[in-house]
Design a protein around this ligand. Structure first.
Ligand code: PLP
Length: 460
């Protein structure tokens, strides 16, 4: 570990003793001391006390401009007034019924107007949305296999926990990737049913169809791969997938858990002008409450109406989440607000680019809508394998450096990206850019020293 990273880590430890203490307590009863593995990192995760608008405060009283925003689930920002008002109003009229009510039709209508689906069902998490979409695709085609992309994350069910973060040598050749379990407990049969392909490489997808004739029910993907920082589909890739799915009688599932609300008014299908057969939504559609949906054509969704595919859930369409969802669609995810966040997004990305050029850092910024990431690579990454070449110490230097300057630049881990909420302001972006400007030279210096050192180490 090089000295500037050590300094940032020491500062972090000095600033966050109460988080350290709280983490120690959690560790006694909760594995890793956190409720989701993604929240864990060394030396300890920041524990949050409260949040509002674009900011949160930790247990030690440090304030941060928040671009983690719950792993991109809060494009509304914290406690958006319209969402809070709608929720507070509902709280006193019953928090769940387990029976239908009149907000269901309204929210389904909002979704069917924005996304290329005719009907939808609701749930509480992205995991549920992709799990039910996959089951429906299997039912609609009478086939078992699902093509997914190496490195992509679609939640925690068995069909999704395949080749999420696989390693060499198990993952095989990039042109013929091997399906690798995402952890113990995933049945071998589940893995066998999920052949993997390489993002931005249509040949690997075509190969999977050839190897499994008449067996592929669907291709599932995030239209922008957001489990490797931010990896954009290359021109023609999504359209190529659309054609391959159609030619082979398989469904195309867009997992829009992240992109759905954040990329623009009509999500990725509008943004890229490619029409999937099924759409999965969650995260930012709930405005801070657990809400998910999956939708498709009437003919596919009718499998549920005909009792051929089973779907249920005690907490589905609970009125609190539905009120939050309705307020989010109507008062947060508005065309005007997209203009506002797009402007901030461009300002943030352009500001990073200027600083990167000024200090000579070998890096680029990838961005789309309210999401973006500092990508510490000499050239654009196209897939998961490219992503694995990152200098993780350099990334940690960036992240802790920003956090120590009051900016949560994105969730911890270099596979994530920043989110901008509708409550962020120009002043927030100015502060974010000032912090990056402050540490960028030391990042460039560390990178430079490493490149000088590495050939020397190899030579010895
Ligand atoms: C693209 C994508 N799909 C699905 C999920 C799973 O969503 P959840 O954590 O709500 O189950 C996530 C979560 O990060 C995601 O990013």
């Amino acid at each position: 570990m090089y000295p500037d990273l050590q300094k940032e880590l020491a500062t972090f430890q000095r600033r966050t003793p109460k988080s350290a203490e709280a983490h120690q307590k959690n560790l006694k009863r909760i594995p890793l001391g956190v409720a989701s593995n993604y929240r864990h990192y060394d030396p300890w995760p920041i524990f949050v006390k409260e949040a509002s608008g674009s900011k949160f405060r930790d247990l030690d009283g440090n304030e941060y401009i928040d671009h983690n925003l719950t792993f991109g689930a809060l494009m509304a920002g914290h406690c958006h007034p319209a969402v809070m008002k709608a929720v507070e109003k509902r709280l006193s009229t019953g928090t769940m019924f387990g029976m239908p009510h009149d907000m269901e039709w309204e929210l389904a209508e909002e979704i069917c107007q924005r996304f290329p689906v005719e009907m939808c069902r609701f749930g509480n998490s992205g995991t549920e949305a992709t799990m039910h979409a996959i089951r429906l695709a299997r039912a609609a085609t009478g086939r078992d296999k699902i093509i997914k992309f190496e490195g992509a994350y679609h939640g925690l069910h068995d069909s999704a926990l395949v080749s999420v973060k696989p390693h060499a040598p198990e993952f095989g050749d990039v042109h013929d990737p091997i399906s690798v379990s995402g952890g113990l407990g995933v049945p071998k049969s589940a893995i066998a049913n999920v052949p993997v392909a390489t993002f931005n490489d249509l040949n690997t997808v075509e190969r999977r169809f050839k190897e499994n004739p008449g067996q592929i029910a669907a291709i599932i993907l995030e239209p922008i791969l957001m489990n490797v920082g931010l990896c954009l589909p290359q021109p023609g890739f999504l359209k190529g997938l659309r054609d391959l799915a159609t030619r082979n009688g398989a469904l195309l599932i867009f997992d829009e858990v992240k992109t759905g609300a954040k990329l623009g008014w009509g999500g990725a299908s509008e943004y890229f002008n490619v029409k999937p057969d099924m759409v999965c939504l969650a995260k930012s559609i709930g405005g801070g409450f657990p809400l998910a949906a999956f939708g498709s054509s009437k003919s596919v969704m009718d499998l549920i109406s005909q009792h051929k595919v089973f779907h249920g859930g005690t907490y589905n369409t609970n009125p609190v989440s539905m009120a939050a969802g309705l307020a989010t669609f109507r008062e947060v995810l508005t065309r005007d607000n997209y203009l506002h966040v797009d402007k901030l997004g461009r300002k943030l990305a352009d500001g990073y680019r200027k600083t990167i050029a000024r200090v000579g850092l070998q890096a680029y910024v990838a961005d789309a809508g309210v999401n973006g990431a500092l990508m510490l690579y000499p050239k654009e990454i196209l897939n998961y394998r490219d992503w694995t070449t990152i200098d993780t110490d350099l990334w940690r230097h960036y992240w802790f450096g920003m956090v120590n300057r009051g900016i949560m630049p994105q969730p911890y881990w270099w596979d994530e990206q920043w989110t901008i909420s509708v409550q962020h302001t120009d002043a927030d972006i100015d502060r974010h850019l000032a912090a990056f400007d402050d540490i960028a030279a030391s990042l460039a210096k560390a990178q430079q020293e490493r490149t000088e050192r590495v050939p020397a180490e190899v030579a010895h």
